[in-house]
Design a protein around this ligand. Structure first.
Ligand SMILES: Cc1cc2nc3c(=O)[nH]c(=O)nc-3n(C[C@H](O)[C@H](O)[C@H](O)COP(=O)(O)OP(=O)(O)OC[C@H]3O[C@@H](n4cnc5c(N)ncnc54)[C@H](O)[C@@H]3O)c2cc1C
Length: 285
């Protein structure tokens, strides 16, 4: 009704209905997935929206599909389900560890992959670097239709996307990789990690690395690949001590974001240690 603010929780049953509800609500509404970020709005001194569009009753968004070519993860799949249902897939070790170590068991039952990727202000999101180093793509639905974007491109666009968009799924290509995730949580950081390193390595038959994808979270405002270190380690043996030394040499590529919990320089200082830990995990396998 014109002039009247619409409030409440909308429960669409398809992605198209969710998008229609979002378009209808304009700035007065937003998606609600696990609500673990939304419920903390008052702590961040942010206003709640008058209305939310729940994803709970849209079956497509809760599906996980595993084929020989890819793993497709619906955006409403929780961290707990990622751990339960993907732990047998060898190349997804880093993603499973990211989902299993984030937050606490109760939060992991509710927090979703879509919420993790869509929260532009959440620099410490664990799944973002884990998916970046797996070359994941995301499927989004807007009034223009569905489109597939690289996760990199989505992260760059995220804040500019019109309000009415829905992240439908995440597509991870299947490749012969081994991956790992290392994070440094500090109690005083409110449970969020102060720095995160995710790695995915393709090995050659001689044990040297054909290539390594290395992603860093929580250090900059948005997680990103550490391309300088990736170039430096390509072709080397999988030797965590040697890679640690290279990370020490190259860490000045980062400035680090200052936060109430730690200064930016501290995030950069712990990065090489997290790189060593992540590669050491792979060395043990
Ligand atoms: C105490 C605590 C500690 C935590 N620690 C960590 C941690 O260390 N690491 C970690 O990764 N996570 C952590 N989390 C969980 C974190 O909140 C979630 O990982 C995630 O960022 C939010 O997911 P959600 O499903 O709850 O999203 P919601 O709170 O429902 O939504 C978050 C935002 O994303 C938007 N959104 C959600 N889904 C979609 C979609 N499909 N399409 C478009 N927009 C969407 C919403 O509109 C909203 O703006 C923690 C949570 C709590 C409460």
């Amino acid at each position: 009704m014109q002039g009247q603010q619409r409030t409440g929780l909308h429960k669409p049953e398809t992605a198209a209905e969710a998008l229609a509800a979002l378009s209808d609500l304009g700035g007065g509404g937003a998606v609600m997935a696990g609500a673990t970020w939304i419920m903390r709005a008052p702590f961040r001194q942010e206003p709640m929206k008058p209305a939310y569009v729940s994803l709970a009753q849209i079956p497509e968004l809760h599906r996980i599909e595993v084929t020989q070519a890819h793993v497709r993860i619906g955006s409403a799949v929780t961290h707990a389900r990622l751990v339960r249902e993907l732990q047998a897939i060898p190349e997804l070790g880093g993603l499973v560890s990211a989902a299993g170590d984030s937050a606490n068991p109760a939060v992991r039952q509710a927090a979703t992959v879509g919420g993790n990727l869509c929260t532009a202000d959440f620099a410490a999101a664990d799944l973002v670097p884990a998916l970046l180093c797996l070359d994941a793509e995301v499927e989004i639905l807007t009034t223009e239709g569905r489109q597939l974007l690289s996760l990199d491109a989505f992260l760059a666009l995220r804040e500019m996307l019109e309000r009415a968009y829905l992240l439908v799924s995440v597509l991870v290509p299947r490749r012969p990789l081994a991956s790992a995730h290392a994070r440094l949580p500090l109690r005083k950081a409110g449970d969020y990690p102060v720095a995160i390193v995710s790695v995915a390595v393709e090995s050659r038959p001689d044990g040297h690395m054909r290539g390594a994808a290395i992603a860093v979270g929580s250090v900059d405002a948005v997680a990103r690949r550490w391309r300088g270190l990736e170039r430096a380690v390509a072709g080397l043996p999988l030797d965590a001590s040697r890679i640690h030394q290279l990370a020490l040499d190259l860490a000045d590529e980062f400035v680090g974001r200052d936060g109430p919990e730690v200064p930016g320089w501290y995030r950069v200082k712990v990065l090489p240690t997290l790189v060593r830990r992540a590669f050491a995990t792979l060395q043990q396998h």
